[in-house]
Design a protein around this ligand. Structure first.
Ligand SMILES: [Zn+2]
Length: 325
Protein backbone atom coordinates (compact mmCIF):
# COMPACT_ATOMS: atom_id res chain seq x y z
CA UNK A 1 0.00 0.00 0.00
CA UNK A 2 1.33 3.41 -0.84
CA UNK A 3 1.55 5.94 1.95
CA UNK A 4 -0.65 8.34 0.01
CA UNK A 5 -3.50 5.91 -0.43
CA UNK A 6 -4.48 6.26 3.22
CA UNK A 7 -6.02 9.59 2.18
CA UNK A 8 -8.34 7.93 -0.33
CA UNK A 9 -8.40 7.01 -4.00
CA UNK A 10 -5.74 8.21 -6.42
CA UNK A 11 -8.27 10.57 -7.94
CA UNK A 12 -10.91 12.66 -6.19
CA UNK A 13 -13.19 13.13 -9.19
CA UNK A 14 -13.31 10.11 -11.44
CA UNK A 15 -13.60 10.51 -15.19
CA UNK A 16 -12.83 14.22 -15.27
CA UNK A 17 -9.08 13.87 -15.71
CA UNK A 18 -6.35 16.22 -14.57
CA UNK A 19 -4.02 18.77 -16.07
CA UNK A 20 -0.80 16.98 -16.79
CA UNK A 21 2.41 18.92 -16.12
CA UNK A 22 0.68 21.85 -14.41
CA UNK A 23 3.06 23.20 -11.77
CA UNK A 24 1.51 23.24 -8.30
CA UNK A 25 4.88 23.10 -6.56
CA UNK A 26 7.48 25.85 -6.01
CA UNK A 27 8.79 27.95 -8.89
CA UNK A 28 11.73 26.20 -10.56
CA UNK A 29 14.99 28.07 -9.77
CA UNK A 30 15.69 29.54 -13.25
CA UNK A 31 12.11 30.71 -13.57
CA UNK A 32 12.22 32.32 -10.14
CA UNK A 33 15.53 34.06 -10.90
CA UNK A 34 14.06 35.43 -14.11
CA UNK A 35 10.89 36.64 -12.38
CA UNK A 36 13.00 38.47 -9.78
CA UNK A 37 15.42 40.06 -12.19
CA UNK A 38 13.07 40.78 -15.10
CA UNK A 39 9.55 41.20 -13.66
CA UNK A 40 8.48 43.31 -16.66
CA UNK A 41 8.65 40.16 -18.77
CA UNK A 42 5.93 38.73 -16.55
CA UNK A 43 3.59 41.68 -16.93
CA UNK A 44 0.18 40.82 -18.36
CA UNK A 45 -2.09 43.44 -19.86
CA UNK A 46 -5.03 43.51 -17.46
CA UNK A 47 -8.27 42.15 -18.83
CA UNK A 48 -11.92 41.59 -18.04
CA UNK A 49 -12.57 37.99 -17.01
CA UNK A 50 -16.33 38.50 -17.16
CA UNK A 51 -18.71 41.33 -16.29
CA UNK A 52 -17.38 43.30 -13.32
CA UNK A 53 -14.44 40.96 -12.64
CA UNK A 54 -10.91 41.75 -13.89
CA UNK A 55 -7.49 40.13 -13.85
CA UNK A 56 -4.77 42.47 -12.51
CA UNK A 57 -2.01 39.95 -11.73
CA UNK A 58 1.02 38.88 -13.73
CA UNK A 59 2.18 35.63 -15.33
CA UNK A 60 3.00 34.20 -11.92
CA UNK A 61 0.50 35.55 -9.36
CA UNK A 62 -3.26 35.80 -9.80
CA UNK A 63 -4.69 39.08 -8.48
CA UNK A 64 -8.26 40.19 -9.17
CA UNK A 65 -10.32 43.37 -9.18
CA UNK A 66 -14.08 43.52 -8.66
CA UNK A 67 -16.08 46.65 -9.41
CA UNK A 68 -18.71 46.29 -6.70
CA UNK A 69 -20.57 49.48 -7.57
CA UNK A 70 -19.66 50.61 -4.06
CA UNK A 71 -15.89 50.83 -4.33
CA UNK A 72 -13.28 48.44 -5.72
CA UNK A 73 -12.43 45.08 -4.19
CA UNK A 74 -9.02 43.46 -4.68
CA UNK A 75 -8.29 39.79 -4.04
CA UNK A 76 -4.59 39.11 -3.35
CA UNK A 77 -2.00 41.78 -4.08
CA UNK A 78 1.18 39.93 -5.09
CA UNK A 79 4.79 40.73 -4.34
CA UNK A 80 6.01 44.14 -3.31
CA UNK A 81 8.23 44.36 -6.40
CA UNK A 82 5.24 44.01 -8.72
CA UNK A 83 3.09 46.55 -6.85
CA UNK A 84 3.78 49.15 -9.57
CA UNK A 85 2.45 46.74 -12.17
CA UNK A 86 -0.65 46.12 -10.07
CA UNK A 87 -1.45 49.85 -9.83
CA UNK A 88 -0.67 50.28 -13.51
CA UNK A 89 -3.09 47.50 -14.39
CA UNK A 90 -5.88 49.14 -12.41
CA UNK A 91 -5.32 52.46 -14.20
CA UNK A 92 -5.18 50.69 -17.57
CA UNK A 93 -8.63 49.23 -16.94
CA UNK A 94 -9.94 52.74 -16.36
CA UNK A 95 -10.22 52.51 -12.59
CA UNK A 96 -8.52 54.57 -9.90
CA UNK A 97 -6.54 52.59 -7.30
CA UNK A 98 -7.50 55.25 -4.76
CA UNK A 99 -11.00 53.79 -4.94
CA UNK A 100 -9.93 50.38 -3.60
CA UNK A 101 -12.09 49.92 -0.51
CA UNK A 102 -11.57 46.26 0.41
CA UNK A 103 -8.63 43.86 0.06
CA UNK A 104 -9.13 40.13 0.62
CA UNK A 105 -6.22 37.68 1.02
CA UNK A 106 -6.33 33.95 0.38
CA UNK A 107 -3.44 33.36 2.80
CA UNK A 108 -0.48 34.98 4.48
CA UNK A 109 2.32 34.02 2.09
CA UNK A 110 4.44 36.89 0.87
CA UNK A 111 3.59 36.40 -2.80
CA UNK A 112 -0.08 37.18 -2.16
CA UNK A 113 0.06 40.00 0.41
CA UNK A 114 3.14 42.16 -0.01
CA UNK A 115 1.61 45.01 -2.04
CA UNK A 116 -1.23 45.45 0.45
CA UNK A 117 0.47 48.05 2.62
CA UNK A 118 0.91 50.32 -0.38
CA UNK A 119 -2.79 49.99 -1.23
CA UNK A 120 -3.73 50.82 2.34
CA UNK A 121 -1.47 53.89 2.29
CA UNK A 122 -3.04 55.06 -0.96
CA UNK A 123 -6.72 54.38 -0.34
CA UNK A 124 -7.22 53.42 3.30
CA UNK A 125 -8.79 50.13 2.16
CA UNK A 126 -10.08 47.65 4.72
CA UNK A 127 -8.01 44.48 4.77
CA UNK A 128 -9.32 40.94 5.29
CA UNK A 129 -7.56 37.69 6.15
CA UNK A 130 -8.55 34.52 7.96
CA UNK A 131 -8.14 34.79 11.70
CA UNK A 132 -5.66 31.90 11.71
CA UNK A 133 -3.34 33.28 9.03
CA UNK A 134 -3.92 36.91 10.00
CA UNK A 135 -2.94 36.40 13.62
CA UNK A 136 0.04 34.27 12.63
CA UNK A 137 1.19 37.04 10.30
CA UNK A 138 0.85 39.73 12.97
CA UNK A 139 2.68 37.54 15.46
CA UNK A 140 5.48 36.90 12.99
CA UNK A 141 6.19 40.60 12.68
CA UNK A 142 8.21 40.22 15.86
CA UNK A 143 9.06 36.52 15.62
CA UNK A 144 11.61 34.63 13.58
CA UNK A 145 11.22 34.51 9.83
CA UNK A 146 9.18 31.67 8.48
CA UNK A 147 8.43 29.82 5.30
CA UNK A 148 5.06 31.48 5.41
CA UNK A 149 6.62 34.57 3.85
CA UNK A 150 9.60 32.97 2.26
CA UNK A 151 8.75 32.54 -1.36
CA UNK A 152 10.92 35.46 -2.40
CA UNK A 153 12.82 37.95 -0.28
CA UNK A 154 12.20 39.46 3.10
CA UNK A 155 8.70 40.19 4.26
CA UNK A 156 9.40 43.89 4.51
CA UNK A 157 5.84 45.05 4.21
CA UNK A 158 3.07 43.85 6.48
CA UNK A 159 -0.20 45.06 7.84
CA UNK A 160 -2.65 44.23 10.58
CA UNK A 161 -5.87 42.95 9.00
CA UNK A 162 -8.95 45.02 9.84
CA UNK A 163 -11.23 42.01 9.52
CA UNK A 164 -10.47 38.42 10.55
CA UNK A 165 -12.53 36.08 8.38
CA UNK A 166 -13.94 32.65 9.24
CA UNK A 167 -15.23 29.54 7.52
CA UNK A 168 -18.45 30.10 5.56
CA UNK A 169 -18.60 33.75 6.54
CA UNK A 170 -20.01 36.07 3.87
CA UNK A 171 -19.43 39.75 3.15
CA UNK A 172 -21.71 41.81 0.94
CA UNK A 173 -20.09 44.83 -0.64
CA UNK A 174 -22.15 46.67 -3.24
CA UNK A 175 -23.34 44.14 -5.82
CA UNK A 176 -20.94 41.41 -4.66
CA UNK A 177 -21.23 38.80 -1.91
CA UNK A 178 -17.99 37.02 -1.08
CA UNK A 179 -18.12 33.80 0.93
CA UNK A 180 -14.94 32.55 2.60
CA UNK A 181 -14.14 28.86 2.98
CA UNK A 182 -11.36 27.48 5.14
CA UNK A 183 -9.09 25.43 2.86
CA UNK A 184 -5.98 24.72 4.99
CA UNK A 185 -2.95 22.60 4.18
CA UNK A 186 -1.04 25.05 2.02
CA UNK A 187 -1.05 27.33 5.05
CA UNK A 188 -2.85 26.80 8.34
CA UNK A 189 -5.40 29.50 7.71
CA UNK A 190 -5.60 29.40 3.94
CA UNK A 191 -9.01 30.35 2.54
CA UNK A 192 -10.83 30.20 -0.76
CA UNK A 193 -13.40 32.74 -1.90
CA UNK A 194 -16.57 32.26 -3.89
CA UNK A 195 -18.58 35.23 -5.15
CA UNK A 196 -21.18 36.32 -7.70
CA UNK A 197 -20.21 38.03 -10.95
CA UNK A 198 -22.70 40.05 -12.94
CA UNK A 199 -22.04 38.89 -16.50
CA UNK A 200 -22.17 40.91 -19.72
CA UNK A 201 -25.09 38.78 -20.86
CA UNK A 202 -27.16 39.74 -17.82
CA UNK A 203 -26.64 36.37 -16.18
CA UNK A 204 -25.13 35.94 -12.74
CA UNK A 205 -22.10 33.65 -12.54
CA UNK A 206 -20.22 32.24 -9.58
CA UNK A 207 -16.48 32.81 -9.51
CA UNK A 208 -14.12 30.95 -7.20
CA UNK A 209 -10.49 31.41 -6.24
CA UNK A 210 -8.92 28.49 -4.45
CA UNK A 211 -6.08 29.82 -2.31
CA UNK A 212 -4.52 26.56 -1.31
CA UNK A 213 -3.79 24.19 -4.18
CA UNK A 214 -0.02 24.65 -3.83
CA UNK A 215 1.61 21.41 -2.72
CA UNK A 216 4.94 22.86 -1.57
CA UNK A 217 3.77 22.82 2.05
CA UNK A 218 3.18 19.06 1.90
CA UNK A 219 6.86 18.15 1.56
CA UNK A 220 8.31 16.67 4.71
CA UNK A 221 10.94 19.42 4.95
CA UNK A 222 8.32 22.13 4.98
CA UNK A 223 5.98 20.39 7.39
CA UNK A 224 8.94 20.07 9.75
CA UNK A 225 10.14 23.63 9.28
CA UNK A 226 6.65 24.92 10.03
CA UNK A 227 5.83 22.35 12.69
CA UNK A 228 2.70 21.82 10.58
CA UNK A 229 2.41 18.05 10.73
CA UNK A 230 -1.30 17.94 9.94
CA UNK A 231 -0.77 19.75 6.61
CA UNK A 232 -1.45 16.66 4.49
CA UNK A 233 -4.54 15.56 6.42
CA UNK A 234 -5.97 19.05 6.24
CA UNK A 235 -5.09 19.43 2.55
CA UNK A 236 -6.95 16.34 1.41
CA UNK A 237 -9.88 17.04 3.73
CA UNK A 238 -10.41 20.57 2.40
CA UNK A 239 -10.25 19.46 -1.25
CA UNK A 240 -12.96 16.95 -0.47
CA UNK A 241 -14.98 19.63 1.31
CA UNK A 242 -15.03 22.25 -1.46
CA UNK A 243 -14.83 20.16 -4.63
CA UNK A 244 -18.60 20.26 -5.20
CA UNK A 245 -19.07 24.00 -4.78
CA UNK A 246 -20.85 25.21 -7.92
CA UNK A 247 -18.19 27.45 -9.48
CA UNK A 248 -18.59 28.68 -13.08
CA UNK A 249 -15.40 30.74 -13.29
CA UNK A 250 -12.20 29.33 -11.84
CA UNK A 251 -9.62 31.95 -10.86
CA UNK A 252 -6.04 30.78 -10.41
CA UNK A 253 -4.29 32.12 -7.30
CA UNK A 254 -1.26 31.44 -9.45
CA UNK A 255 -1.77 32.26 -13.10
CA UNK A 256 -0.58 28.90 -14.33
CA UNK A 257 -3.41 27.25 -12.45
CA UNK A 258 -6.48 26.92 -14.60
CA UNK A 259 -4.52 27.94 -17.71
CA UNK A 260 -5.53 31.59 -17.38
CA UNK A 261 -3.17 32.73 -20.15
CA UNK A 262 -4.34 30.10 -22.62
CA UNK A 263 -7.94 31.09 -21.97
CA UNK A 264 -7.03 34.72 -22.57
CA UNK A 265 -5.46 33.84 -25.94
CA UNK A 266 -8.53 31.84 -26.87
CA UNK A 267 -10.72 34.77 -26.04
CA UNK A 268 -8.62 37.19 -28.06
CA UNK A 269 -8.82 34.85 -31.04
CA UNK A 270 -12.61 34.73 -30.84
CA UNK A 271 -13.86 37.76 -28.91
CA UNK A 272 -17.50 37.15 -29.77
CA UNK A 273 -17.45 33.40 -29.08
CA UNK A 274 -18.27 31.78 -25.75
CA UNK A 275 -16.15 33.09 -22.86
CA UNK A 276 -13.51 30.40 -22.16
CA UNK A 277 -13.27 31.59 -18.54
CA UNK A 278 -16.82 30.31 -17.98
CA UNK A 279 -16.37 26.58 -17.52
CA UNK A 280 -18.19 24.83 -14.66
CA UNK A 281 -15.86 21.80 -14.85
CA UNK A 282 -12.68 23.77 -14.23
CA UNK A 283 -12.95 24.12 -10.44
CA UNK A 284 -13.34 20.37 -10.05
CA UNK A 285 -10.60 19.64 -12.56
CA UNK A 286 -8.09 21.87 -10.77
CA UNK A 287 -8.95 20.37 -7.39
CA UNK A 288 -8.59 16.91 -8.89
CA UNK A 289 -5.21 17.91 -10.33
CA UNK A 290 -4.02 19.09 -6.91
CA UNK A 291 -5.27 15.88 -5.32
CA UNK A 292 -3.44 13.66 -7.80
CA UNK A 293 -0.22 15.67 -7.61
CA UNK A 294 -0.25 15.66 -3.81
CA UNK A 295 -0.69 11.88 -3.77
CA UNK A 296 2.20 11.57 -6.19
CA UNK A 297 4.42 13.85 -4.11
CA UNK A 298 3.86 11.75 -0.99
CA UNK A 299 4.55 8.51 -2.81
CA UNK A 300 7.66 9.89 -4.53
CA UNK A 301 9.00 11.06 -1.20
CA UNK A 302 8.25 7.74 0.45
CA UNK A 303 9.90 5.79 -2.37
CA UNK A 304 12.92 8.08 -2.54
CA UNK A 305 11.95 9.31 -6.01
CA UNK A 306 12.17 13.05 -5.35
CA UNK A 307 14.65 14.42 -7.90
CA UNK A 308 17.89 15.89 -6.53
CA UNK A 309 17.32 19.30 -8.10
CA UNK A 310 13.98 19.50 -6.34
CA UNK A 311 15.48 18.61 -2.97
CA UNK A 312 18.10 21.31 -3.48
CA UNK A 313 15.37 23.78 -4.35
CA UNK A 314 13.47 23.03 -1.15
CA UNK A 315 16.65 23.41 0.90
CA UNK A 316 17.35 26.78 -0.76
CA UNK A 317 13.85 28.04 -0.04
CA UNK A 318 14.12 26.99 3.60
CA UNK A 319 17.50 28.68 3.86
CA UNK A 320 16.16 31.93 2.43
CA UNK A 321 13.33 31.91 4.93
CA UNK A 322 15.66 31.42 7.86
CA UNK A 323 14.26 27.98 8.46
CA UNK A 324 17.18 25.81 7.48
CA UNK A 325 18.64 23.61 10.12
ZN1 LIG B 1 1.26 30.26 -0.72
Amino acid sequence: MSLASKYGDRELVKGLGIYKDMRLDAMPPEYRARFLSRPHEFFVDPFCVEGNLYFIGNREIGCYLIDSGDGLIVIDTGYEFTAGQLFNSIWMLGFDPRNIKHVFHTHNHNDHIAATNLIVKMSGARTYMSEVDGKAMVESMTAKPSMRYAAIGAPSIKFVPDVYTHDEESFTIGNTTITCYDTPGHSRGCQSFVFNVEGHDGKTYTAGIHGGLGILSLHKEFMEAEGYYSARDEFFAQLRKVVDLPVDIYLGSHTLQGNMMEKLEKRKADPNGPNPFIDPTEWKKMINTAWVQAMQLIDDEENGNTPEWQKKMYADILKQSGNSK
